[in-house]
Design a protein around this ligand. Sequence first.
Ligand code: PMP
Length: 369
Amino acid sequence: NPIAGRVRLADLPLNADLRGRSPYGAPQLDVPVRLNTNENPYPPPPELVADVARAVEEAARELHRYPDRDAVALREDLARYLSGATGVPLTAANVWAANGSNEVLQQILQAFGGPGRTALGFEPSYSMHSIIAAGTRTEWVPAPRRADFSLDVERAAAVIAEHRPDVVFVTSPNNPTGQSVPVADVRRLVDAAPGLVVVDEAYAEFSSRPSAVTLLDELGHKLVVSRTMSKAFAFAGGRLGYLAAAPAVVDALQLVRLPYHLSVLTQAAARAALRHADQTLASVHRLSDERDRVAETLSATGFSVVPSDANFVLFGQFADADAVWRAYLDRGVLIRNVGVAGHLRVTVGTPEENEAFLAASKEIAAEHP
Ligand code: PMP
């Protein structure tokens, strides 16, 4: 029994908003095939690992000092990458970085949400948006998608005009459903919104659609685009998310960020990983091809598959999604029950992992017709 182990959560003077809640997170189970958290299945190449180790060793010599509070060199590198990817000439002044895009999103709601303010999102989508809203005491307004999970942009604009939220979240490609939102639709939503529109592009590299970053010059007073190195960049363990916005938005986030939030080790490792971006991102095409193969095979097996632009696929229909999730787990394949009725989400893995998943799917289709 640990010291003070008799103290229970219910004994603590916890804020009433948090009572009865459970922490966010998928089960981290040690099974052979893990396809549940949308990571890149390919480990970093040895040259990248060596470069990160060298950079971290060098940074370690300065560990007695606080890091660059503004992470300028890293933001310059991110701006260079994102300019190359989108064709928009961004500078470090347009880019802000934090420990994962979750922290970026939290900082956005700390600065632009909060008590008395509202944030709106189109569900089902990334559930951390509403959880971060709750954590920043921002009132959450859930708005609907079509039955096929696509975004009805005219209806969305009408809902925004009705509720006048301070912050709107648009996830493109959307997690967990996979569809992208066309840039013209993002413009329509920004026009309808009285406040900020945050386009969460965590999976943008897997999509062939243009990025909302292309709208920034025109709509920078209301548009923010968030990105992450956790998915395509194969850097989920490094914890590095970022955004592109008007420099004034970056100034606003500086008001809420904790000083020295990005450690000297994180900054050094992320910069080293970015130097290998071309090599890392080569896996993106392979994964997109595999996604299409997984989706087609699932369809041919009799499942209904939601079209995806990302590195995961939502599929169904199941009378009891939880029982089916367990049936995969029994076969050594961990996928995700994201709480969308009748559906499960599978992350695209290596061809071998996908084969294991598809083989399990054929058995399960026979068992759960
Ligand atoms: N946005 C979306 C849509 C995501 O799916 C995720 C990760 N699941 C994130 C943001 C956050 O990722 P990270 O904090 O690792 O950047």
